[in-house]
Ligand binder design. Sequence first.
Ligand code: 26Y
Length: 831
Amino acid sequence: SAVAEAERTATSSSPAPTGDITNKLKYLFGKEAAETPKDAYHGTAWSVRERLIDSFDKTHEHWKKEDPKFIYYLSAEFLMGRSLTNTVYNLGLEGEYADALRQLGYDMEKVADAERDAALGNGGLGRLAACFLDSIATLDLPGWGYGIRYKYGMFKQVLKNGYQAEQPDIWLTSGNPWEIRRDGLRFEVGFGGRVERKKDGNKEVTVWTPSEKVWAQAYDNPIPGFSTPTTSNLRLWDAQPISEFDLGAFNAGDYDRAMLDRERAEAISAVLYPNDSTPEGKELRLKQQYFFVCASLQDVLSRFKATHGTKFELLPDKACFQLNDTHPTIAVAELMRLLVDVEGLDWDAAWTITTKCLNYTNHTVMPEALEKWPVKVMAKMLPRHMEIIEVINEGWTKWLGGHLKELKAEERAKRISAMSIIHENPWNKEEMLVNMAYLAVVGSSAVNGVAAIHSNIVKDEILNDFYQIFPSKFQNKTNGVTPRRWLAWCNPELASLITETLGSNEWINDTEKLSALRAHASDPTFQKKWAAVKHAKKEKLAALIKKIHGDSVNTNALFDIQIKRIHEYKRQYLNVLSIIWRYKQLKKMTPEQRKKAVPRVCLIGGKAASAYDMAKRIIRLVTAVGDVINKDPETKDLLSLYFLPDYNVTLAETIIPAAELSQHISTAGTEASGTSNMKFQMNGCLIIGTWDGANIEIAEETGVDNVFVFGVRADEINQLRKERKNFKTDPRWDEIMKDIEGGMFGDKDYFKPLVDSVNNMKVGNDWFLVANDFAAYLDAQEEVDKVYKDQSEWLRRSIMYTAGSGKFSSDRTIREYAEDIWHVKPSRPAA
Ligand code: 26Y
């Protein structure tokens, strides 16, 4: 079996874990024994780290010898979560370490609980990058991730009187056993300064002299594959000052000035921008982007040169880069700079190489969310890159002119100006912008969306002009999630039941095998076992709710969950409105009628970007409604609502296995894919959702009739938006809006803008069409209740979800990228 295979491949010569754990505690932490789970965690993690490094070294020795083509995943975010459990399971060491910890008086799960999340990402895009690394390693693909080692990751969310407050994520203070600081492996990164032309013999060369320089210091984070000897790498860059400190200033008594360089440099990798989807045009963000891209490209080129010298025409056969959204797009200009200015290639040769090496993934449909940097900002911080982008744009628009020569002059000029990488700011004609998505498309071989519907929207709307010019550049790569973390490791009880039923655990590497569960979906004995696992997971989540909120929830109730970043387009608001309606209905019922009602525990979790005012009001609405209904003795066993603070990867690992219904209710056409929907599906959780993102493909795989689909379709949205002001809202909607406005949940002034955003056509327009979908959503919720009353039907569907989840393994996604875009092949070291 895969696990047995993994156990065999684990190094047998390693020291017995018990002694090793106590050794690590003694010599690294000065402790005689593990007094707390945290001690036990530290000892265990530093011990496991050595096994990880063994397989890391073997893998890289092998790759060095084989010299295969590599994929480099460039991403400003990697939302890794915890590493201990994932590492011991992926390496097949769980038995060994669980035994060792037992001997020391500890339970593996409690010990694992002492680890802090590595939260170097906002949400979906960052977690996708983390799942992709797991699959790249598991599939033995030569590949690395490259990003930023933020000192402070995603902020910690706390509730203060029901409002969100943010606290810094201090995650590195106790040391990080999962990283290796590569002493001496660092690259200079420059900013600002001037650009000059100089003569080198009879050749004109360009010399950029930055006014500010920092070191990018490498930290490696080994990524173990599952059931393979391959351990790949995530290399993160930390910004360091070039000079330790200014001794002159220090001697003169000016301590602040002495430390200035250090502070300026360290600021670059200090904090993750906690904005999801709405770009903030902050210079520091561009600085971060260039910082990690510049270091990563120098690193790759220096390794390339060590084996191939200056035969750069071979580069596309040895390296390719995936741009995770537009965040690393400055790579287009940086690779050109390195090849032309530093290596002396001529422009056209460099351009051919650059465009062959780069590929771009788009993750968002909202036009306002696409990154555009003011030319002024770019020219000041990256003067040479701004010139390069200008030259690229000249070449591009000229080529376009030729390509469109059939068009009438006026039409042609219009098209060219619409596709220019540098264009006017439509809201401020004085300002010129660099459109990073356009730069990415022009500079890449392939462009992809992240779910079928999304890739079509990219082709037909967002980048339609480009699609018409380069139809074959555009692809779809439907997202996936790793079945290791998101099923096998976070839900071992369900995993065992599946393995027992299918006769092997091969499904962990080949999730298509899960489809064999379909044959058991209606079997009452199997259903009973399936239900028992779900119930155990609900108990565990209930214990967590008790710990957070002090309340005991009804574990026989339907666990109904919505967890994701808080966003108007994701419509947590719609969810709350339906909970209010449910509450009002329950209040009207007689005790007899109440006996027939389906009890629900509703949970909502997610962070709001710190400056996203409306999202913060939505959080407050959730907590305010919860405060009222959770205290109502008449109904609280039938309906409760809790906001789960500080939603993160680790919390998701407890919530998802316990969920029976999950909500993916974005306005059709707005959620590029969604990935938690896939995690819920794998864990046998039914979905209520709109015809959007990956929901569509999930429904197709699960059977559309098994999914609670509701609401308007993406192709109706534009028309409905135009007609929204004439839309006749449902009387139930009007009633609820009056309740909120009237102060039923307190805080009525604070909720006013929220009410206005969906009712007052002068203020909010209800852009995300909450009102249009409201009635259909209530109907779908009624259908949920009806099915839940028939537990055998509910369980049948639940099993059908897991059975239909095979497509959504990130292994499938990564195989498609490897074959259609990267052209990299597996290369597995000997065990
Ligand atoms: C420009 C900057 C502020 C920025 C930072 C983070 C812009 C976007 C983001 C994050 C975007 C994101 O997480 N997008 C999500 O990507 C997932 C993976 O493809 C999708 O499943 C999900 O639908 C999409 O919203």
